[in-house]
Design a protein around this ligand. Structure first.
Ligand SMILES: Nc1ncnc2c1ncn2[C@@H]1O[C@H](COP(=O)(O)OP(=O)(O)OP(=O)(O)O)[C@@H](O)[C@H]1O
Ligand SMILES: [Mg+2]
Length: 436
């Protein structure tokens, strides 16, 4: 027991050095002097605390069980009957970490909320915020009085140290009831244990944060998946309505007009109008052909009827070749089992890129290449046309084609790059994951 009142604060370095002195891996020589005993004890405490801490990290033990076991180990090191870990809450109240060692289930400690303030001068405020404790005659009288006032009437002796994890203030570690009386060395040992336990707290916080991040990530992925399905379904719905408008209205009217024309043509046989009527009939047939091609391109049923994405792209290229005379090449090495929504997305982007080539590029040649890459599908559409300034063309009002390609790819968790320069053709390249 220390005779004179002693202020113990900021001595972790000393204790840690003491611990270091005996940590060479060799069995420690038998301590001879009082100072040797102190160093040996600090070493044992550090060893016990770190062993307990690393066993928690290995064993996946739940936290209350761990703190009970750690409390017991610390109690043994400092000669205490009870040890409690007090946690500082966000509103400045200390509550005890579940399963404090040595306390019965009915102890009032479990229900206590100790309000403390950062600038306060009461003993626990000094311990938590400044790691400052007055020790004399085997205890801290001030601290004992504090516990009595809080409702722990049977406290006979106690010591406490600040509990931190790096810069984070967690609360305090308190040891109660020493038969032989607490010494300044016990305070140092307690401080070492608190430091080691701070590691567990940090680890637990990181683990909780990771779990929360994983949940948030899962929610985001699910939301993205829902959105993507909605976008795909929304697009399909719009296409369905458009296709039925073409099919049920425009084509019906056109067929009616063609039939009428046939009748007029029959009546006009041999007259000077016959040639003009023949020209009109050819024009109407061309209109009908182009409407039917449009129907094939916009109707989702048309896509569903095809065997797979490769055929759908192949047909789109063939129809492009026939209508525009652009030479088409393809190298499609597509994986099997691609979800429908991804297939639809790839098809939409390929269609948009090819329509752009037809509409804007004045190209003579276009190449579509697709392959499996990094768990997804990479597609490249390259033309040898006029090219364009990408930065200027991506945000044209009323022309959302390029932007939509990029957004569709990003929505699925992929990317889209467009490379072009005036006079140098254009390349659209995108990647989408193969599964959602
Ligand atoms: N392959 C290409 N070659 C040359 N210019 C292109 C090519 N692709 C796009 N562009 C240019 O980029 C502009 C923007 O293309 P985007 O697809 O966004 O719009 P759009 O095709 O004009 O209209 P829509 O929104 O109906 O697709 C086009 O107007 C065109 O000037
Ligand atoms: Mg376009």
């Amino acid at each position: 027991m220390e005779a004179a009142a002693l202020r113990v604060g900021g001595e972790v370095a000393l204790a840690a050095n003491g611990a270091h002195a005996g940590s060479s891996g060799e069995p420690s020589p038998k301590p001879r002097t009082r100072s040797d005993v102190r160093i040996q004890k600090a070493h044992d405490a550090a060893h016990a605390a770190l062993t307990a801490v690393s066993s928690y990290l290995d064993a996946d033990e739940d936290l209350p069980a761990f703190f009970l076991r750690l409390g017991e180990a610390i109690a043994e090191q400092v000669g205490a009957a009870k040890v409690a870990f007090w946690v500082l809450g966000p509103r400045g109240a200390l509550t005890v970490q579940p399963s404090p060692f040595g306390f019965g289930e009915t102890s009032p400690i479990h229900e206590m909320r100790l309000e403390i303030e950062a600038g306060g001068e009461r003993v626990m405020e000094k311990v938590v915020f400044r790691d400052d404790l007055q020790l004399g005659r085997g205890t801290s009288v001030e601290l004992d009085d504090f516990w009595h006032a809080c409702g722990l009437a049977d406290v006979k002796s106690s010591i406490a140290v600040s509990w931190r994890a790096g810069e984070r203030r967690i609360g305090a570690v308190v040891a109660y009831h020493s038969k032989r009386g607490f010494s300044a060395n016990d305070v140092r040992v307690l401080r070492l244990a608190a430091m080691a336990t701070g590691l567990v707290w940090q680890y637990k916080e990181a683990e909780d944060e990771l779990a929360q991040t994983a949940v948030r990530l899962e929610e985001t992925v699910a939301a993205r998946r829902r959105l993507l399905n909605n976008v795909a379904a929304g697009g399909d719905e719009a296409r369905r309505r458009f296709a039925s408008a073409i099919h049920d209205d425009s084509l019906q009217l056109l067929t009616g007009a063609e039939l009428q024309l046939e009748r007029i043509r029959a009546e006009a046989n041999g007259s000077h109008q016959a040639v003009q009527l023949d020209q009109l009939r050819n024009t109407l047939r061309k209109v009908e052909d182009s409407l039917r091609r449009l129907l094939i391109n916009v109707s989702p049923e048309a896509l569903e009827l095809r065997r797979d994405l490769k055929d759908a792209i192949g047909e789109r290229l063939e129809s492009m070749r026939l209508s525009s005379g652009i030479e088409t090449h393809s190298d499609l090495r597509l994986p099997a089992d691609v979800p429908e929504v991804i297939e639809g997305l790839v098809m939409k982007n390929v269609s948009e890129a090819l329509t752009n080539v037809e509409k804007h590029a004045h190209a003579t040649r276009v190449i579509v290449a697709a392959e499996s890459m990094d768990g997804g599908i990479r597609v490249q559409i390259t033309d040898d046309g006029t090219g364009f300034v990408v930065a200027e063309s991506e945000h044209l009002l009323g022309h959302p084609g390029l932007l939509a390609m990029r957004e569709r790819a990003q929505l699925a968790g992929g990317w889209c790059h467009i490379t072009s320069e005036p006079g140098a053709g254009a390349k659209v390249e995108f990647w989408v994951p193969q599964s959602l």
